[in-house]
Write a protein that binds this ligand. Structure first.
Ligand code: AMP
Ligand code: ZN
Length: 149
């Protein structure tokens, strides 16, 4: 991994490079999965690409695809190990979305019927053609090519 893919002040870079401890459950050439030390529910796993990219929008497609490819197996393992009834698989991207560590990562949070987690989020409504206009504005932006490593 090249130097620019590492941030010396990043706690997840330090974990990836074995400089601070973590309870690892899976390692690949490009990603590490370990337990969140302050879990929403016990068994809460983080999937962290080895390369330092701050947010999901900055992640090369191939790295996002690799991290995503680990999800089904990890979700099955968390379910089998915890006896969960379901799970939330989420990425917080940016402070406004609750991201606190600026090294892109996925959360796998085991969920239980009647657990105290505050979910679902509130939902808004579109008025008139707002939904069509929003779909147009987003699809228009997708002409941009994918990011390369
Ligand atoms: P986020 O708020 O999406 O950036 O998630 C960061 C997560 O990292 C939080 O859920 C923290 O509990 C977790 N976390 C922080 N420090 C560590 C650490 N040293 N080892 C494992 N998980 C950590
Ligand atoms: Zn990092």
């Amino acid at each position: 991994m090249s130097r620019e893919h590492r941030d010396p002040d990043c706690i997840f870079c330090k974990i990836v490079h074995g400089e601070i401890p973590s309870a690892r459950v899976l390692e690949t050439e490009h990603a590490v999965a370990f337990l969140d030390v302050n879990p929403v529910n016990k068994g809460h796993v983080l999937i962290v690409p080895r390369a330092h990219h701050r947010q999901v929008a900055e992640l090369p497609d191939a790295l996002a695809a690799h991290a995503g490819s680990l999800l089904p197996r990890l979700v099955r393992a968390v379910h089998a190990a915890t006896g969960s009834d379901g799970s939330n698989v989420i990425v917080n991207s940016g402070r406004a979305a609750g991201q606190t560590i600026d090294h892109c990562h996925w959360h796998i949070i085991p969920r239980f019927f009647n657990d105290p987690v505050d979910w679902p989020w509130p939902h808004a409504e579109y008025l008139g053609d707002e939904i069509g206009q929003m779909a147009f504005r987003i699809s228009r932006e997708l002409v941009e090519p994918p990011l390369d490593e």
